[in-house]
Design a protein around this ligand. Structure first.
Ligand code: ADP
Ligand code: MG
Length: 646
């Protein structure tokens, strides 16, 4: 039969009772009960303390009046030596007041000695209570552990976590959010959502809370302030909990990095698109410029103009030159353009460009040039570098409507590992440095981060195109250089351009190729060009210099004309991009007829040429459109003379 004990072990009972007789009566009662018991009996305080110290008990029974001490003291001792064990007072009449007092102090029960029948019931009740208490304790412990686990998960989670009340006050935050925001949890717990969200409209938070309550949950993107005032993008998923007066639980994921990558991709796509646009425009535009330049040059070489007519011609030629520079600049930032790169001294460019710059910046801005004493040779397209300086000067002027100072300074800069580490960019080596600084309005960080974007402008419609800095950036890149901007609102702006320095030995080597006026010739040249006006001007230029010419309008015709005249034709001047058969396709077939034929390709677009470079042999060369007559004649002469040497 189940004796009622929790685990069938005997109940360990300590009984403190000064009357041996009463002790015996109670012992018998206990033995007769349905419990199996192991009983210790203490007759005084000393024995009682001894037992308490040496054993542990399931239940303590105590008389009220004991020699030298009373039940409250016995209870106190039991609570300190054997905490949690039920304490039942079994006593003669003590008066209700004292019994109640004892119960208040923590005794489990009070049984009068004349009601010992109730003793086993009281014991059972006490044991049940203990069991319940234990179970409750276990459940609480489990709950506490699980909460602790949850807390650990929340705190170590990748995402930030908040609990927010209906007024937007933060009630709980995890460490991840502290790390994201730079605030301590203490600081955050004294803040409200609007203190953290970088929203333009302050009413937005309240409206959002309302929406979350209505929908029960929500997911949205937002932007938060860090403690250091920088901002970061977050994706927030929230859930409304109606309990405890309403709370919102929020998980916050830092998506700044993702945004940045997206932005970079968008940027790259934009650059690509604009490069294509520029390339397309340049193709047609360069053909037009070839015509303008060709005829202007032809005319000015031939005619007997009077002085003012001569000047007008020079204006046409220099305007066409500038237009050509512009298309080159446009192409430069999409890296689709071959540079006319030669060794140049950066100091010369800085000096030459000064009179242009003075015109650009107007009278209210003072121009200062600090030219370095060293010779700063770089391989560069002088026209492009001039354009860089002019674009920078134009921006500086716009930044100083009230006047100010524009300073151009050249110098030598050594970039080493320490420099790279400090700035986060660069490549070791020696560089020519051009810095352009103004005392203008400066830029805030957002503007500074975007200035190189094509079409990014802060100027009103009609005043800015947003292309100036994009072109600068493209040109500097194409020269394997770096550009660095330092600017603060109200404090002006400094641009620093680093161009790889050309070492002395190389300079001499390149400079040996001196420029001479082109020589005439009598050879026959096949001109293949689909644009009639370009075909015409190139023909005229060549005829003018003594050459015989045959023309073709496309690749197909070129092949036909060549096979009819293959012994006469010494060189083919051929456009790359043409209808029916491209220059490259015609080249392949013609080479089958005559493997060592000289071909000079013309193109407005280097990409075409670069892509096919592998297929072309050394007899094929490229000249960029718009073609300047002198350059063309010189190149043709050079190629023909080379053939004669063979
Ligand atoms: P645009 O001059 O047509 O606006 P840019 O590409 O030349 O286009 O310049 C882009 C933007 O960069 C300008 O609109 C201006 O906000 C900023 N910027 C460029 N240079 C400066 C400067 N020196 N001082 C202040 N802001 C500048
Ligand atoms: Mg500009």
């Amino acid at each position: 039969m189940n004796n009622g004990n929790i685990d069938s072990k005997p109940l360990r009972i300590l009984h403190v009772e000064d009357s041996p007789m009463d002790a015996e009566i109670i012992r018998e009662k206990l033995i007769d009960s349905r419990f199996s018991v192991s009983l210790d009996w203490a007759s005084n305080e000393q024995e009682y303390v001894y037992f308490l110290q040496s054993g542990s008990y399931d239940i303590i029974l105590a008389d009220f009046h004991l020699p030298g001490f009373e039940a409250p003291a016995a209870l106190g001792l039991a609570q300190s030596y054997c905490p949690g064990a039920p304490f039942i007072c079994v006593s003669g009449a003590v008066g209700e007041e004292k019994a109640v007092e004892l119960l208040k102090q923590g005794a489990t029960d009070y049984i009068p000695k004349n009601g010992l029948d109730k003793l086993s019931l009281a014991i059972q009740r006490a044991l049940d209570e203990v069991r319940e208490r234990n179970e409750r304790h276990l459940a609480e412990e489990a709950l506490r552990k699980s909460e602790e686990r949850h807390r650990t998960i929340l705190h170590t989670a990748m995402d930030g976590f908040w609990i927010v009340d209906m007024e937007g006050r933060l009630l709980e935050v995890n460490e991840t959010y502290c790390r994201m925001s730079g605030y301590s949890s203490q600081e955050l717990l004294a803040m409200r959502v609007p203190d953290l969200e970088a929203l333009e409209d302050a009413g937005e938070t309240a409206a959002r809370i309302k929406r979350i309550i209505e929908k029960g949950q929500d997911r949205f993107e937002s932007r938060h302030h860090r403690k250091d005032d920088s901002v970061f993008d977050v994706e927030v998923s929230v859930q409304y909990r109606p309990d405890e007066g309403g709370q919102i639980v929020a998980f916050l994921q830092d998506i700044s990095q993702q945004r940045k990558l997206e932005e970079q991709l968008r940027q790259a796509q934009k650059m690509e698109a604009i490069g294509q646009l520029a390339g397309g425009v340049a193709h047609d535009f360069n053909n037009i410029l070839t015509v303008i330049m060709g005829y202007a040059n032809l005319l000015s070489m031939k005619s007997n103009f009077n002085a003012s007519e001569k000047e007008a011609m020079d204006h046409i030629i220099s305007a066409a030159d500038k237009a050509a520079q512009l298309t080159r600049g446009l192409l430069a930032f999409s890296r689709k353009q071959v540079m006319d790169a030669k060794p140049v001294n950066v100091n010369d460019i800085a000096q030459q460009v000064q009179k242009f710059l003075a015109r650009i910046i107007g009278e209210d801005v003072k121009l200062k040039a600090v030219i370095n004493v060293a010779i700063l040779m770089v391989v560069a397209d002088a026209g492009q570098l001039e354009q860089v300086l002019m674009n920078l000067a134009a921006n500086a002027r716009d930044a100083m409507p009230e006047g100010g100072e524009l300073t151009i300074e050249t110098g030598l800069q050594h970039i080493d590992e320490t420099f790279i580490e400090h700035h986060g960019w660069g490549k070791p080596g020696r560089y020519a440095l051009i810095s352009v600084s103004d005392t203008g309005c400066g830029m805030d960080e957002d503007t500074r981060n975007r200035i190189f974007e094509p079409f990014f402008t802060t100027k009103e419609v009609g005043k800015g195109t947003g292309l100036g800095m994009a072109i600068v950036h493209g040109i500097v890149n194409q020269h394997n250089g770096f550009i660095y901007v330092y600017s603060e609102l109200g404090k002006g702006t400094v641009f620093k351009i680093f161009l790889p320095l050309l070492e002395k030995e190389k300079v001499a080597e390149i400079e040996k190729r001196v420029e001479e006026p082109p020589k005439n010739g009598t050879e026959t040249i096949l001109i293949v060009e689909d644009d009639p006006s370009v075909r015409k001007v190139v023909s005229d230029v060549l005829i003018d210099s003594g050459y015989e010419i045959i023309t073709a309008e496309d690749g197909q015709q070129a092949i036909e004309k060549f096979s009819e005249n293959r012994t006469r034709i010494k060189l083919i001047l051929m456009d790359m991009v043409m209808p029916k058969k491209s220059g490259l396709e015609a080249y392949r077939e013609i080479r089958l007829l005559k493997p060592d034929i000289r071909v000079l390709f013309t193109s407005g677009y280097t990409a075409d040429f670069i892509q096919s470079r592998g297929e072309l042999d050394k007899d094929a060369e490229l000249i960029m459109k718009p073609v300047k007559p002198h350059d063309l004649l010189r190149k043709i002469r050079e190629m023909l003379d080379r053939e004669a040497d063979d």
